[in-house]
Design a protein around this ligand. Structure first.
Ligand code: M6R
Length: 365
């Protein structure tokens, strides 16, 4: 049932504040602002490293997770798309754990990577939406994302719930490893707890602008997305979402890679979507934006109030989100990315929930 939404994808985008709140309450104490200890099957304290593997959007969630596990828990993370991971003959050791992320829990390559790690004797964690799935069944520790059924082929709420779960796990791992003080834990969890309310506010705030901007975006054949830090996986996710449902060709790049190739493509026919909250990388990303502007590139700037106030660059559009804590920025900044792809696809008249050639669950290699 789509309720009063035109598509399941739209419904699932708007469900995010509610499902994230539900997911979070499973991993953190929302009143006390403490993390619940991570599953005993994985002893984060003793770990030397983490190997993450997944496909598509779930892989991009894992890429954000890598930044968090490394930053908050000082756990080195190896990450790869499952179709490569399973054949890389990667040296693994039993002091690593392996984490698999899958909405459906049935993705063939992800399952094969899981079995590869299991054979190598690693403890297996699974971040899944479908708790009865094969991947969940074969894991030692299951971390449900509790997003409820996701019908739209383009993953939205599963992505942000995967992120919310991983943010909580990274903080729990950091705590277990003695790296996060009680005070920092309270701060981080308080930010996570505020997120559902902020997401509701953002969804209402940006909806009209996303709809009008998508009309403009639909005129282009190619779009480039840029971001740094955790906004880099978001740039990849933005590009994936746009191409899969609107069929507009899109690429995501780490902003710092711009001058190593993609800058050659910049002209007035290729808008550049820059995802840049006012974080520690902001100034660097703005200087990449300047390089785009100097070549006549059109910029769609997704930033926060601080970022908007401190950049004087002329843009095709600036989407201003509230200033938020760094740990919740990836979830909050996912919203304009999803809505932009959604409205562009609706405007172009594609089959949003069932895009051509795609299946919700990819059970063949
Ligand atoms: O069920 P899974 O999370 O394992 O699926 C992985 C990908 O097939 C999936 O995320 C795909 O990339 C989505 N269509 C993206 O929106």
């Amino acid at each position: 049932d789509k309720g009063n939404h035109r598509h399941f994808m739209e419904k699932e985008i708007y469900e995010q504040p509610e499902v994230i709140s539900h997911a979070l309450s499973h991993y953190v104490d929302l009143a006390d602002h403490t993390v619940r200890p991570a599953d005993v099957a994985i002893d984060f304290k003793a770990l030397r490293g983490l190997a993450i593997s997944a496909c598509g959007t779930a892989y991009l969630a894992g890429l954000v997770g890598k930044y968090w596990f490394e930053r908050y828990a000082r756990l080195p993370v190896e990450i790869d798309v499952a179709s490569e991971f399973r054949y890389r003959e990667m040296p693994l050791s039993v002091d690593q754990a392996a984490l698999f992320i899958s909405q459906s829990g049935e993705t063939a390559d992800t399952l094969a990577s899981l079995r590869y790690c299991k054979d190598a004797g690693l403890k297996i964690g699974a971040i899944v939406n479908v708790k009865e799935s094969t991947i969940a069944r074969e894991a030692d520790a299951v971390f449900p994302i509790l997003a409820g059924p996701e019908i739209g082929v383009a993953s939205t709420k599963a992505f942000t719930c995967q992120l919310a779960v991983m943010a909580s796990l990274a903080v729990a791992a950091g705590k277990a490893r003695g790296l996060i003080s009680a005070e920092d834990e309270k701060d981080l969890v308080r930010h996570l707890a505020e997120m559902p309310r902020i997401m509701s506010k953002v969804l209402n705030l940006i909806q009209p602008q996303m709809e009008s901007l998508s009309r403009e975006l639909s005129r282009f054949k190619d779009v480039l997305y840029l971001g740094r830090g955790t906004s880099y996986p978001l740039a990849l996710e933005g590009a994936l979402k746009l191409k899969e449902i609107s069929y507009i060709h899109a690429e995501g790049y780490a902003a710092g890679e711009l001058k190593h190739g993609p800058i050659a493509l910049i002209d007035e026919n290729m808008p550049v979507i820059v995802i840049a909250p006012h974080d520690r990388f902001f100034d660097k990303t703005v200087s990449n934006m300047q390089e785009v502007a100097a070549r006549g590139g059109k910029i769609i700037f997704i930033t926060d109030e601080k970022g908007a106030a401190s950049s004087k660059l002329e843009t095709m559009a600036t989407i201003v989100l509230p200033n938020v804590a760094e740990i919740i920025a990836p979830m909050v900044f996912s919203l304009p990315i999803q809505l932009l792809a959604y409205h562009t696809a609706v405007f172009m008249g594609t089959d949003v929930d069932q895009p051509r050639n795609l299946a919700k669950s990819v059970t063949v290699e």
